[in-house]
Design a protein around this ligand. Structure first.
Ligand code: HEC
Ligand code: HEC
Length: 324
């Protein structure tokens, strides 16, 4: 009887050891996997850890970071510096003050500007690009290039991209490009996604929710008079879908753990961008029609596809047309 008991114990110990070793080894391999991944994905620097910038320059960078994170407090409808933007923060779209991998970050800004951009048909400086987001995404007026505010934003963007070599775009910078669907993105399907996954924060009418002090949004608006205008980057479905797939619902979603499928991301982009929002005259944009992105929804075009197809897709036939 006692012998049998010992044998049983022995077997249990062996089984236990087997799982313990498996568990430790499994975790060990997982850990190395993660390290490899973060090696190639861009990670923004931290001001807490960086004691190389001091004095006035450091203060300017901190002010720049705060202007990105809490733009509306300074420049929104009740802004302390000026009242020239719609109440959104740069950070609403450039997550973690532009330091989050796949979160529409600024990793490749200092390394790639000034550069030629087809939208304006000109060589653009960092100032011009920041001013563009103020006039389009923030549906407002740009600060002056000599203002303390722009100098601070510039200092911050420069500091953020300090480790990126000239002309380099690190893995994880900007917005992920998703593959095009074989069909047009569908606002009706997108509405179902919106109701289930977005409405709780962004509101039934996309109006968002102001913070108690009403100086900025807790949940930013997705359409309506306080949202980005139709000249903004997010008005193009590819940008919206790539941003949302990697980042929304906020804090619950990452590049590694997306909530929405790619199809759901395109469809919710179609739904949100079929709602009303401020209009911007863009007749001077994309002076070379052949360089208009396939998902730019305003003609004239150098092809014969409709504005409707340029807005919702299918985009592959348009892409193929320009490949020929
Ligand atoms: C409504 C969303 C939204 C807001 C708010 C917003 N942006 Fe942007 N921003 C975008 C999108 C979308 C792009 C284009 C990304 C692309 O084309 O890959 C962009 C691009 C940029 C770029 C160029 C990035 C690059 O890698 O070329 C800069 C710089 C920039 N924004 C600065 C700002 C600043 C500063 C603010 C606040 C004053 C701001 N943005 C507010 C959506 C926004
Ligand atoms: C848990 C709340 C929450 C949910 C759910 C959520 N969001 Fe957001 N969303 C946010 C917050 C907060 C921000 C701004 C983040 C910041 O400022 O750091 C944001 C920002 C955005 C932005 C950029 C700013 C703007 O207003 O244009 C878009 C686009 C967006 N969300 C789309 C979506 C979509 C589409 C869904 C559903 C798939 C969704 N969100 C679900 C909280 C949420």
């Amino acid at each position: 009887m006692k012998k049998q008991y010992l044998v049983m114990m022995g077997i249990l110990v062996i089984i236990g050891l087997y799982y313990l070793v498996g568990f430790i080894a499994g975790d060990y391999f997982k850990l190395t996997g993660n390290i490899e991944k973060s090696d190639s994905t861009w990670i923004g620097p931290s001001l807490y850890l960086d004691n190389s910038v001091l004095g006035e320059e450091r203060e300017l960078i901190i002010y720049g970071q705060d202007l990105i994170a809490h733009t509306s407090k300074y420049l929104g409808p009740k802004g302390s510096v000026a009242q020239i933007t719609n109440g959104m923060n740069c950070q609403n779209c450039h997550l973690q003050a532009g330091a989050k991998a796949w979160g529409n970050n600024y990793a490749a800004v200092f390394s790639t500007y000034p550069k030629f951009r087809d939208r304006s048909g000109q060589v653009e400086t960092i100032y011009k690009r920041v001013a563009d987001c103020m006039e389009r995404s923030l549906n407002g007026t740009a600060v002056d290039s000599n203002s303390k505010e722009f100098k601070a934003i510039y200092a911050y963007i420069k500091w953020l991209g300090q480790d990126v070599k000239k002309d380099e775009k690190p893995y994880g910078s900007g917005i992920e490009k998703l593959t095009y669907l074989d069909r047009a993105a569908d606002p009706q399907k997108g509405k179902i996604v919106y109701t289930a996954q977005c409405q709780s924060c962004h509101g039934a009418n996309g109006e968002g929710q102001l913070a108690p002090d009403a100086l900025e949004y807790t949940y930013p608006p997705l359409w309506g008079s306080h949202s980005y205008n139709d000249g903004a980057g997010l008005y193009r479905l590819s940008n919206f879908a790539g941003y949302v797939k990697n980042n929304m619902p906020n804090l619950l979603t990452s590049h590694e753990n997306p909530t929405l499928t790619e199809a759901e991301s395109w469809d919710v982009a179609a739904y949100v961008n079929s709602q009303s929002r401020p209009h911007k005259d863009q007749s001077k944009d994309w002076p070379n029609y052949e360089k208009k992105p396939v998902d730019f929804p305003f003609g004239p075009y150098a092809d014969s596809f409709s504005e409707e197809q340029h807005k919702y897709g299918p985009f592959k036939p348009i892409q193929d047309f320009y490949k020929k």
